[in-house]
Design a binder for this molecule. Structure first.
Ligand SMILES: [Zn+2]
Length: 323
């Protein structure tokens, strides 16, 4: 018997999918205002199973779509601990039985023992006799020293929320974005998101994929175990979260959308992992002069809004402004 809920409500919204060359020009113009060096190109996706990315499928192409599952209202003010999801279940709900999924979410507290972050990096095969390729990580706050504890995932459940790019994991044409030396006030993915929002207005454009923080340091958070007292505002949430400065190279996975057509979407959400034991929820770089980013992104055709919380909250969503 599965520990997850048997059926979940799903709403589908088509996305505006402009030609990649058009998006290239839009991003080049927008990112130039925030970084001293920028190069946006349309390229063949490099093999993302290889170093330094170590993803579970070679590419991010083929029926690309976003899954926005649950959300912060399942965590705040107090957690709904029974909100559990499963990678196989999500691949079915997004109509991709052979799905490569990457992105950000909350980890399986019922398996790890405490609330934690999920860095999703999984390939669910169509043939149910084949095993999943699950290279996902959970990241928790260490009990003794409050340090970062990143561990390979040992199950296929996650909890509370998820923001994934789902695709067939195939090679193909993608947007490559290389940016270095941040001169403006926006973090890398906020800059991508706001640039698309300014240009496409109420036509929602969604993208997902992976970017590497190749040089510099970044501010990340890790959710500690659940709070016993209600967290009622952004200050409560920020005092509860544990913040860290972590070192490049960091591999970030996630998605963003330029406009919310009324589905309580998370506008951007990226989590990262590394080969040196550091990972978590990405906020921004702390070394603007040194920082270098390299990212690969696909445009999503559709957003699948899965298990949208009935009651929204106005806090605890995204606070990625550089302080
Ligand atoms: Zn997160």
């Amino acid at each position: 018997m599965s520990s997850t809920q048997p059926t979940l409500p799903v709403q589908k919204a088509p996305m505006h999918v402009p030609p990649l060359e058009e998006v290239l020009n839009v991003l080049q113009d927008g990112l130039e205002k925030n970084f001293s060096s920028i190069s946006v190109s349309v390229v063949d996706c490099p093999d993302l199973t290889k170093e330094p990315f170590f993803l579970s499928s070679p590419g991010i192409c083929g029926k690309a779509r976003l899954a926005d599952i649950g959300g912060p209202p399942f965590l705040l003010p107090l957690p709904q601990k029974d909100k559990k999801f499963n990678f196989k279940q999500i691949s079915k709900l997004v109509d991709l039985p052979d799905a490569f999924m990457i992105g950000a979410g909350a980890g399986p507290h019922h398996v790890v023992g405490v609330n934690c972050e999920l860095v999703c990096n999984v390939h669910v095969p169509k043939d149910k006799d084949n095993d999943l390729t699950n290279q996902s990580y959970t990241v928790k706050v260490g009990q003794k020293d409050q340090g970062c504890v990143m561990e390979k995932m040992t199950c296929t459940d996650f909890c509370l929320m998820g923001n994934f790019l789902c695709s067939e994991g195939k090679p193909g044409k993608v947007l490559e974005v290389i940016a270095s030396q941040r001169t403006g006030p926006l973090n890398f993915m906020s800059c991508l998101q706001k640039t698309l929002a300014n240009y496409y207005k109420e036509k929602p454009v969604a993208l997902g994929g992976t970017f590497l923080v190749e040089k510099g340091k970044a501010r990340l958070h890790i959710m500690p175990d659940f709070s016993d007292v209600p967290l009622n505002c952004d200050d409560d949430v920020n005092n509860w979260l544990k913040f860290y400065e972590m070192d490049a190279p960091l591999v970030c996975v996630g998605e963003l959308v330029s406009y919310d057509p009324g589905l309580q979407l998370r506008m951007e959400h990226f989590h990262c992992f590394s080969q040196h034991g550091q990972g978590g929820h990405y906020h921004y770089d702390t070394t603007p002069n040194e920082v270098k980013y390299r990212g690969y992104f696909s445009l999503a055709e559709t957003i699948y809004r899965i298990d949208e919380p009935k009651e929204g909250i106005t806090f605890g969503r995204d606070d990625h402004d550089i302080k």
